[in-house]
Design a protein. Structure first.
Length: 557
């Protein structure tokens, strides 16, 4: 018959597996022993190291209150700490068992005892299979632990101790020399108290192995909270220096992770709130409107994001290769947001507006700011169209193509740029009409297909030179392929510019000049074979006959 009531229990066989609960590294051992010394009220810890034929023999001495009952020292899960320590830190009674599997000598004397005691636990004595003799010992108050770490040199032991004691709250000495220590929150831009601990806010993104939590010298890398500003790329993250904070618990036995409980959830919320408080203290921020609302919901009153936006520049096809100076301007009554435009429309718009009075007032559209009062009150530019007049045929070029389609390049009498400026606050709209000298249409695959997909409408004039048109063509549709079988970026770019120069020459100057441009590009790649003191005359007869004559360079003037 099955029982009606059961309760969890721990099998006595568990103690026989204790040597497999800990990985036995010198770093973990020192970390656990330093925590025990701190809890015992030590004011300093001295660690001596001497080389042994099998490794490094370490002796740790503290001046804490000592251990009254040696049984609690080697009782798995029975820490023997005071109620105050239990409530503040939730010790597990596993620290000394980090030495499991290592021959260890322990001696101690409690502050309330007249004499101390000493035990020697052999390497195979941690599993509860043999008695450990307790020997009375006259010694000062405190605890001494000696153990051997195989395969470790004195230099390695010191290096690891420096890492373990880096953020430890008490002075630690190694062979008589004090180990340098650091304040875990020393570089924080803002620090706030929270439930007996401290939360620090740091500028910058934390990396995968960066410590984010200091538990009295033991560090954890679990990410707590971070916030990134919407403009400028600044990120802020939180770190925790744990004091006496009941509720926060670490996963045993390694204690490298937090237990995911309500206290940890409250910590994450507090970290996010502290980041926002740091930005409120700074007085200026560039958070998205959603982050601003989150801060408000967490009880942090922030001003609206700093009213500053990047100056608008036309998008280019290869967005990772933008070659314009980033500049921000203060948003005001005359500021105009430019909607996101594809490169073919944006390049024509920017060229037409290059000398226009509206140009200095154009800024980048930034949807993350939508909701801020100052942002929602700005003018907005949109509905961009180019009206092309070419004889009896007219075309309208807009973001969704050309109507009717541009089947070929078009030499136009006029091109008129039209766009609307809308003011949402007053619900007013006006249309602007500006003369332009070039407009582009790119097929759906044009970003990766060279110049074959581009169609150009243009008005001839001295300002639209082949060199200018080449630059525009590059901005509109050059985007190097990152396919593993593609040529290098430099090779792809070189081939594209060759085709763009030929196209620009053919469109603006005619077929003969396009042929000449291709020949010049071809010869430019082999100029290195011609001696500096010679000149070459090349004559190509109809068919395939090529005549080449080399002669001495004629002296200048």
């Amino acid at each position: 018959m099955n029982p009606t009531v059961i309760r969890p229990s721990v099998s006595p066989k568990t103690i026989t597996k204790v040597t497999r609960l800990f990985n036995g590294t010198i770093g973990d051992i020192l970390g656990e022993l330093l925590q025990n010394s701190r809890r015992a009220g030590a004011s300093r810890i001295d660690i001596a190291c001497c080389a042994d034929q099998d490794g490094a023999r370490l002796t740790l001495v503290d001046d804490g209150t000592g251990v009254a009952d040696p049984q609690t020292m080697i009782a798995l899960g029975d820490s023997g700490w005071s109620q105050h320590i239990h409530e503040a830190e939730d010790p597990a009674g596993m620290g000394v068992f980090s030495l499991a599997g290592k021959g260890t000598r322990i001696s101690s004397r409690h502050a309330n005892a007249d004499t101390g005691w000493s035990v020697h636990v052999p390497a195979d004595g941690w599993t509860g299979g043999q008695d450990i003799t307790v020997v009375p010992l006259a010694r000062p108050v405190g605890t001494t632990i000696t153990f051997l770490v195989p395969g470790v040199s004195e230099q390695t032991a010191e290096r690891i101790l420096r890492e373990v004691a880096k953020f430890y709250p008490l002075p630690v000495f190694f062979n008589g020399t004090e180990i340098p220590r650091e304040d875990f929150l020393a570089k924080a831009i803002y620090i706030a108290d929270w439930n007996g601990s401290q939360i620090g806010v740091f500028e910058g993104r934390e990396y995968q192995q960066d410590p984010t939590t200091n538990f009295h010298g033991m560090v954890l890398t679990r990410k707590l909270a971070s916030v990134s500003e919407s403009l400028g790329g600044k990120t802020y993250h939180a770190r925790l220096d744990i004091g006496a904070t009941p509720g926060l618990a670490l996963v045993l036995p390694a204690r490298k992770e937090f237990v995911e409980n309500t206290a940890f959830a409250a910590l994450q919320t507090a970290c996010k709130r502290t980041i926002y408080a740091a930005l409120a203290h700074r007085g200026q921020h560039r958070l998205s409107f959603e982050n601003w609302k989150e801060a408000r919901d967490l009880g942090v009153a922030l001003p609206e994001a700093h009213p500053c936006l990047p100056r608008w520049h036309a998008a280019i096809a290869e967005s990772d290769n933008v070659n314009v100076e980033y500049e921000e301007v203060a948003a005001g009554a005359d500021t105009i947001l430019v909607a996101d435009l594809e490169p073919d429309i944006a390049q024509g718009l920017e060229r037409a507006l290059r000398e226009h009075p509206l140009r200095p007032h154009l800024v980048e559209n930034h949807p993350a700011y939508a909701g801020y009062g100052w942002y929602d009150a700005l003018h907005q530019l949109g509905n961009v169209r180019f009206y092309v007049a070419a004889g009896e045929q007219g075309h309208v070029i807009a973001e969704n193509g050309s109507f009717p389609p541009l089947d070929d390049h078009v030499r136009a009498e006029t091109i008129e740029l039209r766009f609307c400026v809308f003011h949402r606050a007053s619900e007013t709209q006006r249309e602007e009409r500006i003369p332009a000298d070039v407009a582009f249409v790119v097929g759906e695959d044009g970003w990766y297909s060279g110049v074959d997909q581009i169609r150009i409408a243009f008005v001839p004039g001295p300002a639209l030179t082949p060199e200018t048109l080449v630059d525009l063509i590059e901005n509109v549709c050059f985007c190097a392929s990152d396919d593993s079988e593609a040529d290098s970026w430099d090779t792809q770019h070189e081939h594209f510019l060759r085709d763009a120069r030929e196209l620009a020459a053919r469109v603006l100057l005619g077929e003969d000049e396009a042929i000449a441009a291709r020949i010049r590009d071809t010869l430019a790649s082999i100029l290195w074979v011609i001696p500096k003191d010679r000149q070459v005359t090349i004559t190509v007869a109809p068919g395939t006959a090529i005549n080449i004559q080399l002669s001495a360079c004629q002296p200048a003037g």
